[in-house]
Design a protein around this ligand. Structure first.
Ligand code: SAM
Ligand code: 2KA
Ligand code: SF4
Ligand code: MG
Length: 210
């Protein structure tokens, strides 16, 4: 199948348990919870998104005819070194496009595959590190994975309801918004009140990485 990629770039993973790791980011175009247009934000199912995922015009973006072509592009962004290859597949919502063929092609090139998903679409098998970030008011079908990353605060989610889900790590990430200081305070309060949850910060924004 063909893939629509907003952008692809080499950086450090900024979020979650693997923060600090060198990684190629593959950002697919499109999301099932928001059109990506500002005029639709207020009525979208997810209305706090910090990302432009519309179109294929970003750095390293484009349309790729098949899995081999896209995996080759990701490999070229990583560079020649063979060890510790890591690709973080995000979006937009990556589960709209990620398929078995791309998983195979990336594994064949020695990549560990991490995915950032909103959990409304079941994950394809073969992912090495799955991060699910639930959005209030949506039906989360993917309730297992490596890390659950709750952007906070969100009206309509009770963290206690998520604690029985099958994840290795439960992370709270302050919502980047007009009142980020209040998000920090709410996130600290959650981690202090419920020790199952650990604070994670968007480190790339602090240090000026993409
Ligand atoms: C842009 S999303 C793409 C992947 C997928 N659609 C999802 O929502 O998980 C990547 C990560 O950024 C988080 N995120 C989006 N907007 C944010 C914001 N304003 N503040 C903090 N985290 C945010 C998401 O919850 C998700 O964990
Ligand atoms: N450096 C960096 N780390 C990230 N971790 C998750 C991101 C995302 O947008 O999915 C992201 C991102 O956009 N940049
Ligand atoms: S689900 Fe993810 S990509 Fe889609 S609008 Fe929300 S944060 Fe952005
Ligand atoms: Mg991001």
């Amino acid at each position: 199948m063909a893939y629509a990629v907003k952008e692809a770039f080499l950086t450090l993973q900024g979020e979650g348990v693997q923060a600090g790791s060198r990684a190629v980011f593959l950002r697919f175009a499109g999301c099932n919870l928001w059109s990506g247009r500002e005029q639709d934000r207020a009525t979208a199912q997810c209305n706090f998104c910090d990302t432009d995922f519309v179109g294929t015009d970003g750095p390293g973006g484009g349309r790729f005819a098949d899995a081999e072509a896209l995996a080759g592009h990701i490999e070229s962004l990583w560079g020649g070194r063979k060890e510790e290859r890591l690709v973080v597949i995000t979006g937009g919502e990556p589960m709209l496009q990620l398929d078995h063929a791309l998983i195979e092609a990336l594994h064949a090139r020695g990549f560990r595959i991490a995915v950032e998903s909103n959990g409304t679409i079941a994950a394809v098998p073969g992912i090495d590190w799955l991060c699910i970030s639930p959005k209030a008011g949506t039906e989360i079908v993917q309730r297992s994975g490596n890390e659950l990353k709750l952007v906070w605060p969100q009206d309509g989610i009770d963290p206690a309801d998520l604690e029985g889900w099958d994840f290795g790590h439960f992370l709270v990430q302050p919502m980047d918004c007009a009142e980020t200081q209040a998000s920090y305070e709410a996130s600290i309060a959650l981690a202090m009140a419920r020790p199952k949850w650990r604070l994670t910060l968007q480190a790339h924004k602090v240090v000026g990485l993409k």
